[in-house]
Ligand binder design. Structure first.
Ligand SMILES: *Cc1c(COP(=O)(O)O)cnc(C)c1O
Length: 242
C-alpha cells in the first residue's frame, strides 16, 4: 500500500492539534508541555501511518499486542531512535519477547510477571524500565492491582517492596486506564487517585519514581491537569483503528 500525501497531512494536522491541547492542559497544571511525554499508540494502525508519524517527529510508539508489534518493528527497523512502549496485557509466556523488544513496559500488573521480566532482563543483561498498572477505578474488566479503596493501599506495600528488590527491573512510575465513562468528574477522580497513590507510596516507601502514565484520546487533558507525565494517544493522532 502506498501512503497518500493526504494521510500524512491528516496525521500532521492531528499532531498539531494534540500537541497544542497538551500544552494548554500542561499550562493549566503549572507545567511545561515538554515535561509530558506523548506516546503515540499505533496498535491497529498500518505501518505506513507509523512511518508518517515518525517523519513528523514522533519517536515514542505504543503497542498492546506482542505479535503485531514485532511485525511492525521488523518492518520499521531502519528507523533509528524509536522507543517502543508496551501498554497491553502481557501473557507470562511472552515475557521474554517483551524484554527483548520494548523500552518501557506500562502494564506490569502482577508479581509473577515481575519475576519473569526480571529473570529474562537478567539473562539479556539489561535493566528493564516498568510502570505498575493500577486499577483505581474499580472496574472489574480492568487489569492491574486493585487499588480502588484507599484503606487497601498499605496492603500493597509489601508487594511493591518485593518488586523493588528485583535487580533487573526498574520501576519508573504508575499507569492506569480510566473507566469507560464520559462523566468528567469520574475520570478526574480516577486520575487524581493514581496521583494520590503515588504520593502515598513516595511518602511510605520513599520511592523516587515519578512517571504517571494516564490519559488517552478522550480524556488526556483531564489526566494532564491531574498530573500525568505520559499520555497514551492513538485515535486522536492516527484516526480510527482498522
Ligand atoms: C488503545 C490504548 C490507548 C490509546 O487509546 P486511544 O483511545 O486510541 O487514544 C492507550 N492506552 C492503552 C493501554 C490502550 O490499549
Amino acid at each position: 500500500m502506498k501512503m497518500s500525501a493526504d494521510v500524512k497531512l491528516v496525521i500532521e494536522q492531528n499532531l498539531v492539534d494534540v500537541r497544542s491541547r497538551i500544552s494548554h492542559a500542561a499550562e493549566r497544571s503549572g507545567r511545561e508541555a515538554n515535561e509530558i511525554v506523548l506516546v503515540a499508540i499505533s496498535k491497529g494502525q498500518p505501518v505506513e501511518k507509523i512511518k508518517a508519524g515518525y517523519e513528523l517527529g514522533i519517536r515514542d510508539f505504543g503497542e498492546n499486542r506482542i505479535d503485531e508489534a514485532l511485525t511492525k518493528q521488523l518492518a520499521l527497523q531502519d528507523l533509528s531512535e524509536i522507543q517502543w512502549h508496551m501498554v497491553g496485557h502481557i501473557q507470562s509466556r511472552k515475557a521474554r519477547s517483551v524484554v527483548q523488544h520494548f523500552s518501557l513496559v506500562h502494564s506490569l500488573d502482577r508479581w509473577k510477571l515481575a519475576q519473569r521480566l526480571d529473570r529474562f532482563a537478567g539473562e539479556e543483561g539489561l535493566r528493564l524500565p516498568v510502570l505498575l498498572e493500577c486499577n483505581v477505578s474499580g472496574e472489574e474488566s480492568k487489569n492491574g492491582w486493585n487499588l480502588q479503596d484507599e484503606p487497601s493501599w498499605p496492603l500493597f506495600q509489601p508487594e511493591i517492596e518485593r518488586i523493588l528488590s528485583l535487580e533487573n527491573i526498574e520501576i519508573q512510575g504508575l499507569m492506569t486506564m480510566a473507566p469507560w465513562v464520559v462523566e468528567e468528574d469520574v475520570l478526574r477522580s480516577c486520575f487524581r487517585k493514581l496521583r494520590e497513590l503515588n504520593e502515598f507510596l513516595s511518602h511510605n516507601l520513599h520511592t523516587s519514581w515519578n512517571e504517571l502514565s494516564m490519559g488517552m484520546t478522550d480524556d488526556f487533558e483531564i489526566a494532564i491537569e491531574e498530573g500525568a507525565t505520559m499520555v497514551r494517544i492513538g485515535r486522536a493522532i492516527f484516526g480510527d483503528r482498522q
